[in-house]
Design a protein around this ligand. Sequence first.
Ligand code: DX5
Ligand code: ZN
Length: 226
Amino acid sequence: MMNRLSPSILAADFSRLGEQIREADEAGAEYIHIDVMDGMFVPSISFGMPVISSIRKVTKKVFDVHLMVEDPGRYIDDFAACGADLITVHAEACTHLHRVVSQIREKGLKVGVALNPATSLNVLDHILEDVDMILIMTVNPGFGGQAFIGSTLEKIRRLKKIIEERQLCVDIQVDGGINEKTLPVVLEAGANVIVAGSAVFKGNVSENVKLLKDIMTEAENKRKEA
Ligand code: DX5
Ligand code: ZN
């Protein structure tokens, strides 16, 4: 599976959001990670459709929309209309996960399912065949800038093994506490879609993107040699 970097705009300077997204795009980020929080599923409230519609004008990169929202099925049409390419919903937030996954597919979009750190991989047993990506949360969702939870590494490894055993083509995304130190470790465990908020938007955006992408390329080269 190809490695991809998905900078989380939650950590951006919102007064210069367009500019910062353009910088991440030009430095080589493949996706843009968009964290939508409703103040119910997670404690914070972030931003919604009008912001996504506006930033859709500044880049053609994949809009990777992470819905930290209760009952997200209510909003799939809206997020499709404002320019999402990939929509990820939390298994914990959906009573009818299979229905919501189908709703996203029917819009012609890619589908992801996210799991909180304490949620077992077992919930994927009957949905793994129907998704493009699984998001293993490496922090408890709700805030940027939190510390990586080490016990999620074993979960990434186990998921990677299950995907290989079932011969599926499913990306493994990680989100939370990813920086130049934790990145090589999650790549080694099997993650290939990397979300990074603070590590991209705090400081010089293009230098940060290049640094993380170099680590990802190095890991890919090592894998090819092995
Ligand atoms: C957390 C969000 C993340 C967050 C990551 O609930 O889903 O995408 O922005 O931020 P960092 O990379 O700073 O941990
Ligand atoms: Zn996120």
